[in-house]
Design a protein around this ligand. Structure first.
Ligand SMILES: Cc1ncc(COP(=O)(O)O)c(C=O)c1O
Length: 397
């Protein structure tokens, strides 16, 4: 195989290693250089006079960041809170809720294991029952997902964890229909939108999910440690931040107390959140047509990459195109030795990196007794990179 495959015309905005074909934006995102420079400026301002910064300068910047992410997601800013990551947002909700023994919580078996673990922990504590919904990887259409999840609802179902885009299998779920159907049956939805903002169109006001936990540090390309939890108005009294801090004892009107409790969990670096408005505008200005064009471009590139990957693996595309956003996965094999969940790094993942300089996840998913290879399509990726991946797969397997 020849030289390194070309990244896209946008790649210079990122400081990614030119020797690596980076096809895993999905795991931790990647932040453009200009956004990191903006963060450095903010940190310098903070450290030049920390008290002045926290008492005065941070306040309007924080509000601007809350307004910016709320506007991007068409969400009520009064229910918007910042979190370090989506896992933290999911935990804040689950660890605040009270369940009766025998109450049921729905978890589809494509759910992110960390969030599933949080449900296991809470269910064990309250004696609640976890109802795992098995969803095949190969699907004819998304209605199958809706049917399977709705079939699991009983009179005891209190909550469902629903992904916008699943992590191990990179499937864009019909979350709009699911939120609506579940909530109309009296089941609150905790939407895991870790892959949400910047990868699928999200309109939180129309969705009206009880809780939405999402990341900015993945597809909005903000610095690491910037995420949000949106809590619907009628649920705000029930949900506390994971870190109980000064706000808890503050004698304030309800909304001010809510803000104080979530906005001050203790001293922390606020710069990842304060970069949200800058990052949203910066990426919007990078591509003609702004964010809608970014979503479309990345999705088309993911479909292009998925089809090449399928050809190389001799597989049919596993889902209809409508279930692909900027991530796409294909199953590889269920070799019991390499499907050991304790075997943290899959040999194919290692050899694609060591022999070809391709960074792409290959992971076992014991719930499906198989392994998946999952590609990402971000602005810095170019078509040649997926051709190179396909060639590498043909050679390796
Ligand atoms: C579906 C899903 N949920 C939650 C998370 C957790 O995100 P974080 O590590 O930022 O909390 C991820 C991370 O990849 C994910 O894919």
């Amino acid at each position: 195989m020849g030289g390194r495959p070309a990244k896209s015309e946008y790649a210079d905005h990122w400081g990614l290693d030119p020797e690596i074909t980076f096809l895993n934006h999905g795991s931790f995102g990647a932040c453009p250089t200009a956004v990191l420079e903006y963060q450095t400026e903010l940190r310098k301002r903070l450290e030049s006079e920390p008290v002045r910064f926290f008492e005065h300068e941070c306040v309007p910047l924080w509000q601007e960041a809350l307004d910016s992410i709320s506007e991007f997601l068409n969400a009520d800013p009064d229910g918007m809170t910042f979190q370090n990551n989506a896992t933290g947002g999911v935990n804040a909700v689950l660890r605040s809720l009270q369940f009766e023994p025998g109450d049921e919580i729905i978890v589809p078996d494509h759910s992110y294991q960390a969030c599933w673990n949080a449900i296991d922990h809470v269910a064990r504590r309250w004696g609640a029952k976890i109802v795992v919904v098995e969803i095949p990887f190969r699907l004819e259409d998304e209605d199958q997902v809706v049917e399977l999840i709705l079939q699991a609802v009983t009179s005891r179902t209190k909550l469902a964890l629903i992904d916008t885009v699943t992590s191990p299998t990179g499937m864009r779920l019909p979350y709009e229909v699911l939120v609506n159907e579940l909530q109309s049956r009296g089941v609150d939805v905790l939407l895991d939108a870790a892959h949400g903002a910047g990868i699928v169109p999200l309109d939180l006001s129309s969705l009206d999910a009880a809780y939405v936990a999402g990341n900015c540090h993945k597809w909005l390309c903000t610095p690491k440690g910037s995420a949000y939890l949106h809590i619907r108005e009628d649920k705000k009294a029930e949900i506390k931040p994971i870190s109980i801090s000064h706000g808890y004892s503050a004698d304030l009107p309800t909304q001010e107390k809510f803000r104080f409790e979530f906005d001050w969990p203790g001293t922390q670096d606020p710069s990842p959140w304060l970069c949200i408005p800058y990052a949203i505008k910066y990426l919007d200005g990078m591509v003609n047509g702004g964010w809608p064009a970014i979503l479309e471009r990345n999705r088309n590139l993911a479909l292009y990459g998925r089809d090449l990957m399928c050809e190389a693996l001799g597989a049919e595309p596993p889902t209809p195109d409508s279930m692909v956003a900027s991530l796409a996965a294909v199953e590889i094999s269920a070799d019991p030795e390499i499907n050991d969940p304790n075997n943290r790094l899959d040999p194919l993942h290692i050899s694609l990196f060591d022999d070809y300089g391709i960074q792409i996840p290959v992971w076992p998913w014991p719930h499906h007794n198989t392994r998946y290879i999952r590609l990402s399509a971000a602005l810095y990726n170019g078509e040649e990179e997926y051709q190179y991946l396909a060639d590498a797969l043909r050679e390796s397997l």
